[in-house]
Design a protein around this ligand. Structure first.
Ligand code: CP3
Length: 357
């Protein structure tokens, strides 16, 4: 039975139903910009130790909600838990970001991959979802997430972050069938992962196609889009008021808004390089839209933040026939560690004030 939520603005907006004010949450709302996050991380010893401990993952998930009247919680975890569970050996080299001990290089590496067991190999994620749901106690919905197949494959083939995606793009040109085989097993894992988070209690689901925008249109349509379409089509998510909405977020996805809206997803998340009025016109009410304040706006003054937030809200309404329905306010990408909590408070307050019906 779906639990009645004290604050269901996010779910209503994702269903394009009327709300009293536009819901807001922020990608990377839990993180190093909060002193209490840094304290919990120091106690845990590392980011991964924290993410793999359901009680600590719950603690840092709730930290931003104690400070700001956000309309959703997002599971504290990482997109790279899935390739880690597929045997690649995730680690974080100090100051260098995520890396894999055993990246995917050839045929044999791809052949060894299998869909991980969600309740054992990724049981710590499902336990975190259950603990967070219990602690949220019906206050706001919990968003679960996964990386997109393309974005996960980037890390799996490059072995970590990359400036030019040389290895995976070489694979796309030289061994397209091998890359499709890799993307196929990753897609099955992503669908199983999202379904397991939903079964554990996640009330909305977001796919991060963070690196889709590094592809030419031809490669995007071959290596990212078809797998997003498959997720939107195959992921079982219920009907009506019981439906668990799916948000497809993509950095650099502006050229593909029409085709993304036609995938069957419930919502599309966009970065700040597209005008929301244009995005709303081009998607024509088929989906909800999430976004899209430039995260760097948080380096501006509280007054600048408020006026930019108002501009984003009004831009959406302008493209949506004058209505704010179907908009979830967010940044166009994640927060950074050097952002100020006071400015986040100013942003959340401004969104709620300016969008109050
Ligand atoms: O939004 C949230 O608050 C939920 C938590 C979340 C994290 N990672 C926590 C995290 C989410 C949704 C992610 C997703 C993620 N992880 C993405 C896609 C999101 C996007 O921004 O498009 C990507 C590309 C990753 C891979 C990854 N993990 C990177 C590039 C890094 C950063 C390394 C660094 O030093 O900044 C991580 C680590 C990570 N994941 C941190 C957090 C809070 C920082 C860890 C720390 O405390 O040092």
């Amino acid at each position: 039975m779906p639990q009645t939520l004290a604050n269901d603005r996010l779910l209503r907006a994702l269903r394009r139903q009327p709300v009293d004010r536009t819901p807001v949450w922020l990608m990377r709302q839990a993180g190093r910009y909060l002193p209490e996050y840094r304290a919990t991380r120091a106690r845990a010893g590392s980011f991964l130790a924290m993410a793999k401990n359901p009680e600590l993952a719950c603690e840092v998930t709730l930290q931003p909600l104690r400070r700001f009247p956000l309309d959703a919680a997002i599971l504290f975890s990482d997109i790279l838990t899935v390739p880690d569970a597929m045997g690649l050996g995730l680690y974080f080299a100090e100051g260098e970001g995520p890396k894999f001990e055993r990246p995917i290089r050839d045929e044999a590496d791809v052949a060894r991959l299998a869909v991980p067991d969600m309740e054992t190999e990724l049981g710590y994620v499902m336990d975190a979802v259950r603990v967070i749901r219990r602690e949220l106690d019906g206050s706001v919905p919990l968003i679960g997430f996964s990386g997109s197949p393309w974005t996960l494959a980037c890390y799996m083939v490059e072995g970590g972050g990359s400036d030019n995606y040389s290895k995976i793009k070489a694979m796309a040109f030289n061994r397209p069938e091998l890359l499709h085989r890799l993307l196929g097993v990753v897609t099955e894992s992503v669908i199983a992962y999202l379904a397991a988070q939903r079964a554990a209690g996640a009330q909305a689901l977001q796919v991060f196609d963070t690196w889709g925008g590094v592809l030419s249109p031809t490669l995007y349509r071959e290596f990212s889009l078809p797998y997003l379409q498959r997720i939107a089509r195959e992921l079982e998510r219920g009907e009506g008021e019981d439906r668990t909405p799916l948000i497809l977020f993509g950095k650099g996805n502006a050229p593909y808004l029409e085709v993304l809206a036609a995938t069957g997803t419930d919502a599309v998340g966009v970065d700040w390089l597209v005008d929301l009025a244009e995005a709303a016109r081009r998607t024509g009410g088929k989906v909800a839209l999430q976004g899209n304040l430039d995260p760097a706006t948080l380096y501006g003054s509280p007054e600048a933040i408020a006026s930019e937030a108002a501009r984003v809200l009004d831009s959406y309404a302008e493209g949506n026939g004058g209505s704010r329905e179907g908009h979830v306010f967010n940044l166009g990408h994640g927060m950074s560690p050097d952002m100020s909590p006071e400015h986040v408070a100013a942003l959340v307050e401004a969104v709620h004030r300016h969008s109050a019906r």
